[in-house]
Design a protein around this ligand. Structure first.
Ligand SMILES: [Zn+2]
Length: 235
């Protein structure tokens, strides 16, 4: 059972974000009546060994070399952070909660209810996410692409030819889509809000426009032009 209280407020955006996730985990999971115990959470038998610990560190160091996210300044920190956590599989999807042994009987995706909800499914495999990416790619005039994993979406900017800012804008839009899909998923799980692809795309467009206009050198972009092609000012 849980007892005690918070002795200080969260000091960083990451702490606040993890605290919010903790609250969500507590509201979604079922509390068991038996006593708490420590478990070594390496996905194996649950027993700590020095060799297992060394292996975990080695995997972490090697794994860092394969990360693709680049921090994007025109996008707010909270959006960068959700992307950072998504790439490292640190968002509390239902499968991730089950992996942490939180007793939640339902691991199905809340958006489609046809597959288990892990980060790859939620952002790539789900028909809802696929619909969003398809519309956004058309808007950005990007060639159709095949994404197998979330990493592939972070590499989408490589399909844009020439121009540092053209790539930066696409990178930021990918982050904003991640953030909006995650928020939409949370609204569905915790408030039972209904949504559709058109609304999500509209939110991605409006957020991207406002943040780019106020947080980059493109202060004079015009909504009518931008909403038809978000790279119109850097041709
Ligand atoms: Zn789904």
């Amino acid at each position: 059972m849980f007892s005690g209280r918070w002795y200080r407020s969260p000091r960083t955006v990451e702490e606040l974000s993890e605290l919010q996730d903790l609250e969500r985990m507590l509201s979604e999971g079922n509390m068991a009546q038996n006593s708490d115990k420590w478990v070594w959470d390496d996905g194996a038998a649950g027993t700590f060994t020095v060799s297992g610990f060394k292996e975990l560190i080695r995997e972490g160091v090697n794994g860092m070399q394969d990360l693709h996210m680049k921090w994007e300044g025109w996008v707010p920190i909270k959006v960068n952070l959700i992307t950072w956590r998504a790439e490292r599989d640190r968002l509390p999807t239902r499968v991730a909660l089950a992996r942490r042994r939180i007793n939640n009987p339902d691991v199905l995706c809340p958006m489609c209810s046809v597959a288990d909800e892990d980060i790859r499914h939620l952002m790539v495999g789900c028909e809802f996410a696929y619909g969003v990416w398809t519309v956004i790619c058309k808007w950005c005039k990007l060639d159709p692409f095949f994404a197998y994993d979330y990493d592939d979406l972070l590499m989408l900017y490589k399909n844009v030819h020439a121009g540092k800012w053209r790539k930066k804008i696409i990178r930021g839009i990918v982050m904003i889509i991640t953030w909006v899909i995650w928020n939409t998923r949370n609204a569905k799980v915790f408030q039972n809000s209904s949504t559709n692809i058109i609304d999500v795309v509209a939110e991605v467009k409006s957020r991207s426009f406002l943040w780019l206009k106020h947080r980059s050198k493109f202060k004079s972009i015009v909504w009518q032009d931008w909403s038809s092609y978000p790279l119109y000012m850097c041709l």
